[in-house]
Design a protein around this ligand. Structure first.
Ligand code: ADP
Length: 512
């Protein structure tokens, strides 16, 4: 095994989990490997594939990666091919001929290929020794990226007459997903090989800032020579941010599913080759991109679940050097995700809601963020605090905002017209705009009560009250909840984890 590792891949040691996975494959034991992003999953089927001889069939939903993987293998002297929709008919026939001659060690295919009867017939004629299910979480109904066509492939593969071994690999699997994969692929629990998904070099930060734009620009300006990805939820958001970055003179590129194929390739390779340091993208970007020096991943919007978050955030620091994963979120992100869920098929809505709730809990928790993520994937793994996430670092910085909360709630009660967050914060800030004058809101006793804070800080106080259920939002209008009485009259204290104006100082310095 080691010899193959050294000869073909040039590495002298295995990474955690690799050796055991490879050993199992060699011993024909069906195995599930859960290794973190960048943990080196490919080698886990490549080494035994070479050792066993014959053909290793690699099934992966990521068509975009196949070419790179195959090129890399060929350049190490290993015969590998792929068949997918990108090939012409002639090229496909060429690959098939090579396969039938037994002149190919690795074949990469997408699950959809199994819908093709002649492909299935071809498989019967090949000397398959190992089948690797890459991105195996997509097989599971409980996975965040369930692909029914991939699940259907399992039966088709398992009924093939060859005497082959099965290996499933993923970076993100909750307990339900693990159980599901094991049941489907007849993998014994003791053959689930899981290295800790913990990534010591990643510093997790949750930032409930209301000033996303300022914060992100401030951050990038302070990390000028570093490579980073900014994930946004929608194409429109990507485009908008791109315009803002252009006006601020920040060199960047973008990636989303709406771009032309050539544009996507060009932008991606400019980023991967370090020609451009900043990538603004939707979640369409990044699957399997092997760029090791990404120093930060900023989520401009909260993703739909922790699996997606950890997978995307995990693209930072694949070289093991310290890197930051920042999640910015606001009430609007939660709404957007609910909207996405409502447009999803009804059968998956409940599961998606459950996962979204876990994601929201992550943004609100006071526990160590690293441990919260790891606990989500593996409740049996108990970790010490990471001592570097925003929660660990801010444990002593609880700010008692009860007075501000009382002022906000009394102000909300006094405004008798439909009140948005912006209007409420303007009144508290003491601004004299037309609406405020026309509605005589400047005559309220609560007008300007929070004038010592800037507008964003006030909005972030309001957000905290919304998150904690003291204010309810309907159609963007705010209403005091029943629970508000506890703060106004019953002595309940409310603390915020963050000083609400934590970025103000910095923002002033950069004069934005
Ligand atoms: P994953 O699919 O788990 O995200 P990859 O298989 O793409 O990760 O591997 C990530 C990187 O780590 C690749 O550049 C790979 O060559 C490298 N790598 C894998 N195994 C080892 C090892 N044992 N020693 C050093 N580097 C390794």
């Amino acid at each position: 095994m080691k010899q193959i590792l050294e000869t073909y891949f040039g590495y002298s040691n295995f990474r955690p989990g690799q050796e055991q996975l490879i050993q199992n494959a060699i011993n024909n034991i069906p195995t599930l490997g859960i290794l973190p992003t960048g943990g080196g999953k490919s080698i886990c089927y490549q080494v035994p594939g070479i050792y066993k001889g014959g053909l290793t069939l690699v099934i992966s939903p990521l068509i975009s990666l196949m070419k790179d993987q195959v090129d890399a293998l060929n350049s190490s002297g290993i015969k590998a091919r792929y068949i997918n929709s990108a090939l012409t008919k002639r090229e496909t026939i060429e690959v098939e001929t090579q396969l039938l001659k037994g002149d190919c060690q690795f074949l990469y295919v997408a699950p959809e290929r199994f819908d093709n009867i002649s492909f299935q017939q071809l498989l019967y004629k090949l000397d398959i020794k190992l089948v690797a299910f890459d991105e195996a979480h997509c097989i599971s109904k409980w996975g965040h990226d369930f692909r029914p066509s991939y699940r259907n492939v399992v039966q088709k593969v398992l009924t093939l007459p060859h005497n082959f071994t099965v290996m499933a690999l993923t970076a993100t699997a909750t307990i339900d997903v693990k159980e599901d994969i094991c049941a489907l692929l007849y993998i014994d629990h003791k053959n689930v090989i899981e290295t800790s998904t913990k990534r010591d070099n990643l510093k997790f930060i949750v930032d409930p800032t209301y000033q996303k734009q300022k914060m992100v620009i401030y951050y990038i300006n302070n990390h000028k020579d570093e490579s980073g990805i900014i994930y946004a939820s929608t194409r429109k958001q990507v485009e908008t941010l791109s315009e803002v970055f252009s006006t601020k003179g920040i060199q960047h590129t973008i990636y989303h599913a709406g771009l032309k194929k050539e544009e996507k390739e060009q932008n991606q390779s400019a980023f991967v080759r370090d020609d451009i340091q900043v990538m603004i993208a939707t979640n369409a970007f990044g699957m399997g991109i092997d760029k090791s020096n990404v120093r930060y991943v900023i989520h401009y919007n909260m993703p739909q679940d922790l699996e997606s978050y950890y997978q995307e955030a995990g693209r930072a620091g694949r070289d093991g050097l310290p890197s930051e994963c920042i999640l910015m979120f606001s009430e609007a992100d939660i709404k957007l995700q609910h909207f996405f869920i409502e447009t999803a098929p009804e059968a998956v809505q409940e599961l998606k809601k459950e996962k979204l709730n876990k994601m929201i809990q992550y943004t609100k928790t006071r526990r160590c963020l690293q441990s919260t993520i790891i606990h989500y994937f593996n409740p049996n793994e108990h970790l010490k605090n990471c001592d570097q996430c925003s929660n660990c670092l801010k444990q002593d910085e609880n700010y008692n905002m009860t007075t501000e909360a009382q002022q906000i709630l009394s102000c909300l009660v006094r405004i008798k017209i439909p009140t948005t967050k912006i209007l409420l914060s303007k009144v508290l800030h003491g601004e004299h705009d037309d609406q405020i004058k026309a509605e005589r809101l400047d005559k309220l006793s609560t007008f300007g009560l929070l004038k010592s804070y800037d507008a964003s800080a006030i909005q972030s106080f309001i957000d905290t009250l919304i998150f904690n259920g003291y204010i309810r939002v309907h159609d963007q209008y705010l209403h005091c909840a029943e629970e508000a009485k506890q703060i106004l009259f019953e002595g309940v204290q409310i603390k915020t984890y963050y000083k609400p104006n934590q970025y103000n100082e910095k923002v002033k310095i950069t004069t934005m």
